[in-house]
Each structure stands twice: as C-alpha cells, then as structure tokens.
Design a protein around this ligand. Sequence first.
Ligand code: URP
Ligand code: ZN
Ligand code: ZN
Ligand code: ZN
Length: 480
Amino acid sequence: MAKLIKNGTIVTATDQYQGDILIENGVITQIGLNLTRKDAVIVDAKGKYVFPGGIDPHTHLDMPFGGTVTADNFETGTRAAAFGGTTMVIDFCLTNKGKPLSQSVETWHQKAAGKAVIDYSFHLMIAEINDEVLAELPAMIQEEGITSLKVFMAYKNVFQADDGTLYRTLLEAKKHGALVMVHAENGDVIEYLISQALEAGQTDPIYHALTRPSLIEGEATGRAAKLTDLANSQLYVVHVTCEEAVQQITEARNRGVDIWGETCPQYLMLDQTYLEKPDFEGAKYVWSPPLRPKFHQDVLWNALKTGQLQTVGSDQCSFNFIGQKDLGLGDFSKIPNGGPCIEDRFSILYSEGVGKGRITINQFVDIIATRSAKLFGLFPKKGTIAVGGDADLVIFDPTVKRTISVETHHMNVDYNPFEGLEIKGEPVTVLSRGEFVILDKQFVGEAGNGQFVKRRTYVSSASGEAVSKKETIRGGVPNV
Ligand code: URP
Ligand code: ZN
Ligand code: ZN
Ligand code: ZN
C-alpha cells in the first residue's frame, strides 16, 4: 500500500526543506508540497526531520573472534540498528587462507539470510593473494557485487596480511573496481610490545592501549596511503582514532591520493582513561585501535567537520562483559576486541555533532548515510531522499531528551559503553524499502525482510566533491 509522509522537514546531505514524500512499491515516487493520495497510509512527520536511513559501513555480526563469537547476530544486530535509525549495514565477511572466497561469502550469506530486518551487504577480507584468489576476485566484485576488500595490517597470526598482499590487493582493486579498506596498525610491532608487557607482569586492560600507541597507527596509515599512491589505487581507512592517522590521511589527500577515512562514536566520545576502570571494567572499553588520550577527540571532530574524515561507522562487534570479555582476566591480550554501537551511532552523531554545533545537519546526513552510499556503490538508490530511490527513511524527533543505557537498548549484550550519556533526538519511525520496521518506537519488522544488496563497482568521481587532480585525470562517470 502506498504511504505518504506529510509535513516533515526533509534533510539530505545538501538540502533542508519542508515537503511530503509519496512511497509506492518501496520506492519514493514523488516529493513535493501538499501531496495527496486517496488510498495511502498517512504518516504525520510534523515537527520532525525526515532523514535518509543511516548506512553503517562497518559491522561484525555473528563473527568468530578472540576465541568466541560476537553477541549480536544478523537478527539482533540489524533490529537494534533499525531502532537506532540505520537501514543498511555492510558487514565484514571473514575469509580463510587456502579456502575459496566463494565459500566464505556463502557462509556469510547463510548467517544473514532469514535473519536481517534491514538490507545488508558484505566487504570481503583478503588474507592472501594467490592464483586462486586472483581467479575468483573479478567475479566477486563484478558479479556478486561485493565491491570493497578489507586488509588487516594488525592481529598478527590471526587476520594480518603482509605489505605485499596489501599492495597486490590495491592493484587488483584498481583493475576490477573495488575500494580497499584497511585496519591500519602495525601488527608486528604490537605483538612485540604485548609480549614485553606480559613478561613484565602488566596484565590489566589499560596495557591494551599502552601496547598499541597512536604513533604506529599513524605509521600504518601512512604506509597504506603510500602503497595506494604507488598502486594508483583507492583506499578507505577504517576506525581512525588519532591525530597521527588523520595527519597521514590529510597529507595523502593533499597529494591527490584517493583516500578516505572513517572514525567511530567511541573514539569521538570516550578516552583512554576508561580502560583504567576498576574490577576489570576497563575490558568493556577494549577496541582496536584503542581509545586514546582525550585531545584526539577534538582532532577527530575537526577532521569530520573539514572533510578529512568522511564517515562514522559503528564497528559493531559486541561481546558480553560476563562470559566473553572476561576471557581476558589476568591477560589483557585475551580480551575480545570490540564493542556494541550499531544502535547508538546515528543518535550520538546527531546529538553530539549537530546538537553541539560541531557539524551541520547536512554534514550529519553525509557522514551517517550519503558518503557511505557513494563510496560503496549504493548511491542514489540508497543514502539520500530522491524520487526513484529506495524509501529507506528515518522520522526523527529532535526534541526528545534521553539517556543511553543497557536497560533500554536493543542490542544482545550486557552493557552499553555509552551508559549514562544524555542525548537529544530519537528515531521515531523507520522504513526500509517503504515498509515500517520501527513504527512509533515499536519494532514491527520481520526477520528475513532485509535483502542482500549487490553494489556497483567503485568509481572515484562518484565519491564526492573532493575530486583530486589524479581523480580528474582518471575520470570516469558514475555508473548509476
Ligand atoms: O576492536 C575492534 N575494532 N574489533 C572489531 C574488529 C576490528 O578490528 O574492526
Ligand atoms: Zn585480477
Ligand atoms: Zn579493525
Ligand atoms: Zn571492525
């Protein structure tokens, strides 16, 4: 049945205006003033913003890691995402050395199918480059629509790939139209620092941060940027935490390298002192890269404002405090890395960003949805509000004051790292391809309604206004 969203304030990455939105067959078919439609379900959005649904470019649902499996799967994770205003997630598909890529992708399809309540896609981890991988990659990118490849420069002996693998992945990505993503830390040096700390009896959670200094996040970011330059390729740095990494990205962008950066709410809001909480509570705040001294937060906010960083991902990777994080009692290196944020990413960025004047409301939409849609081959089907686009929409009440808490969140995990944070603004109604998933703050969606979305190949010029010299030379028209 058609739906008509009336009297809302429509906000995109570029505009803000009063208007009604007509939705038919899951797609936006009309936008204008005083729209009427006899048989439509009317949704009153007076006094509210209508945003494009959030796109979370970084999640780990149902992922084996650190001797356990993340607490949120594709059902609980996407349901919580929807409550929070997110209508699409791009999850990381892990691969295994020596196994076909197609087998790993099939495993990830099985995790998501029948469970997801919103649309989803996958990034594909590259652990090695060999003849089999080279043979499989073109079809993965161009037929399966998995147009982003992830290389870990950390987690030695687990996920870490060497520089040769990163370089060859960059070359392949360039050739076949994918965006390479990196977790930029120096895993070799970290392994040594961890062994030294443990030898000295330094086992508490704080040593997680102290053995992963920001200098080596900067070093790895700069190395990846230079390899990208050498390969004349394209790079997206996930979960940027610190000044050193922002500097490397900025410098590379100024040289014309096609490089993009993401940060996460935890790095914008929390600092290293959280790891010092007593009674092992610091384990709740173990992410990699780690939380940093407070001054880095201003650097990250400023980088979002000035466009040196372009997206905010949740890096959703939830582990219960009891039964999972406590695997690292007595040895910080065994604490499963990651935390829950899929639900709060959208509202924290709105409240702390727009509400506190750090970014504009249009920048908010760009950072939370539009830029990821452009970078990951979804725009303009997703990531904006336009005729012909999917009706993935959030009706958002900017006046509601609330407190983030494990008591009220919908993630399947026993703590919330932002516990007690007072924020302003709340998603009230959320639609995915024109169907209500959240209606008046109640879940009305259904597991399995989320669909796998094949994404278009990467086109530099589709990635936004910051078209560099090199991108201009390479040219290319978005194949929308
Ligand atoms: O600590 C984190 N970030 N856990 C998730 C895995 C990753 O490195 O993104
Ligand atoms: Zn190839
Ligand atoms: Zn990572
Ligand atoms: Zn991650």
